[in-house]
Design a protein around this ligand. Sequence first.
Ligand code: FRU
Length: 491
Amino acid sequence: MHAAQLDEAHRAIEKKLPERGNDYRLGYHLSPPAGWMNDPNGLAYFRGEYHVFYQHHPYSAQWGPMYWGHAKSKDLVHWEHLPIALAPSDAYDRDGCFSGSAVVAGDTLYLIYTGHTWLGEPGDDQKIHQVQCLASSTNGITFTKHGPVIETPPHPDIMHFRDPKVWKRADQWWMALGARQGDDPQLLLYRSQDLHHWDYLGCALDGQREADGYMWECPDVFELDGCDVFLCSPQGLKPSGYDNWNKFQNSYRLGQLDNSGCFIETSQLRELDHGHDFYAAQTLLAPDGRRLLWAWMDMWDSPMPSQEQHWCGALSLPRELSRDGDRLRMRPARELTALRQSRRTLQIGGVESQSRTLEVRGALLELELELDLAGSTAEHFGLALRCSEDQRERTLLYFDAMARRLVLDRQHSGTGVSGVRSVPVAPGQTQIALRIFLDRSSIEVFVDDGAYSLSSRIYPRPDSLSVSAFAVNGLGLFGETSAWNLADLQL
Ligand code: FRU
């Protein structure tokens, strides 16, 4: 049954490929060959290769019964698509193999995921059944399902109960799950010796609807630089000041997870990325000890114009996480410098109340520069990216001196998208260091060595390729700028 369903899904993808449009197709980010992608799932390092699975609907570029798509890489840069790993083929996962994680035990790669069934009408969130399931593989390609290993939630009034994250702590396997009790979110923990038999440990942390949202999707719990981090995707947080303007977002708090399974918080809830499209982030401990993170570089309800071209969804670049006091830092994985083609150095210097086109063009670019705040007088100054010849289409990244914020503005970034997002610039800060990655339909900005990041999808025309520096009402000073065209790997 499972094998037949996988074969049929592969045939559907093969059939769609010739029809796929590539206007917005990403050059160096993972996206599905065709069809729909959401959350990264099951990040693992198995027999010398990184494996990334993802929520996938192979039959259309819309969300539907979830499969697990699969790709692997030796170097975090070059990825190979592999056959779909999981299909919703059994009574317990009939309506979707929802998000989860992967671990390696001995010579076996295990996937732990949520089996989802609609009890009422498909799409009716009030009547669902969710169980936690296990599958395994010894070749890293084909998976055998072992069925549910946690059948029912620990409390009868919990129905939303999903996205298992499994990790090894001391000699035992631990599992974190997101749950919703009434309208309040909970982080639940289970423990196991063998991945097949699980004991309920308790609720590690519970939240309140108003402050914490109503459900913590895709939880992750890991140790980082002497602290424990609880990362999750809260649903239902209200916008506050400049924060939480996306439908949902990724948030984290720091603390200590004790051996009894209690998470004691030591920091407030913070947003992880500040762009428009970043959700369901998950991490992996690389063999060299780095904590790597991927997110879905989209958001529920975001405009997705590539759907008309028979695909949609992408993963963010892999990022290296580190801790700086009670904040997390995210830097692009160091391997990504391998994408750089020839380097160009630009001396932009001062730009006064005007816009100047730069000697760099491309849809796939990396730019590294500093904005010199101390020497500038402009109200706004920064870069216009992916500009059309008539400058009507453009994505702006600039310092707003009045608000003292770095702003990413996609009001004119092409089809469908709009809106601005921004991050604070500390009083007294004299420069902003930027590292910018542009792909055909994305921008990821790393600010001040990863202190902040902004990740958003943009959908400019394929021929909107120029870059300019601009300043409004006054002088904007730019430090030396390095620019690289990046390899088009057509992942
Ligand atoms: C998060 C999420 C998960 C769920 C999956 C379904 O984006 O809603 O909670 O497992 O997507 O595709």
